[in-house]
Design a protein around this ligand. Structure first.
Ligand SMILES: [Zn+2]
Length: 132
């Protein structure tokens, strides 16, 4: 009964997308941090985020909400890629080391063998010495 009413209420409304998910996570983090610092401004920001998020989820203007999400994804995609790269490098830190080619600035993934080695960049064929 309640589920049916909720479904009827949500019919035609925008719902969740990546931007709303990010807002939800951001808001949760703010609330968590606010447990420790107990700041009025932080709780105000968290409240505003909840209001914005609710407005977006209940909105019936799908086109405008999708445009907002597209703008968000344009900013978020490179950030996510950067985070994933750092995470992968951290996970493989005992197997590979990453060094930059002095000539073309390409990033090379080298086996993590300690000492000084000579390596050749596969992109520009420059030979240079690296210390790992
Ligand atoms: Zn190079």
């Amino acid at each position: 009964m309640i589920g049916q009413k909720l479904r009827a209420f949500m019919y035609g409304r925008y719902g969740m997308d990546q931007l709303n998910m990010a807002l939800l996570i951001l808001c949760s983090l703010l609330i968590l941090v606010n447990f420790f610092v107990n700041s009025y401004i932080l709780s105000l920001i968290a409240t505003l985020i909840v209001i914005w998020e609710t407005f977006r989820a209940l909105s019936k203007k799908h086109y405008a909400r999708q445009k907002e999400n597209t703008v968000f994804l344009k900013f978020w995609a490179p950030t996510e890629k950067w985070i994933r790269t750092r995470y992968t490098r951290f996970k493989e830190r005992n197997v590979y080391k990453y060094r930059t080619c002095p000539n073309c600035k390409a990033t090379l993934r080298l086996p993590a063998k300690k000492g000084r080695h000579t390596t050749k960049c596969p992109k520009c064929a420059t030979e240079f010495s690296v210390r790992i």
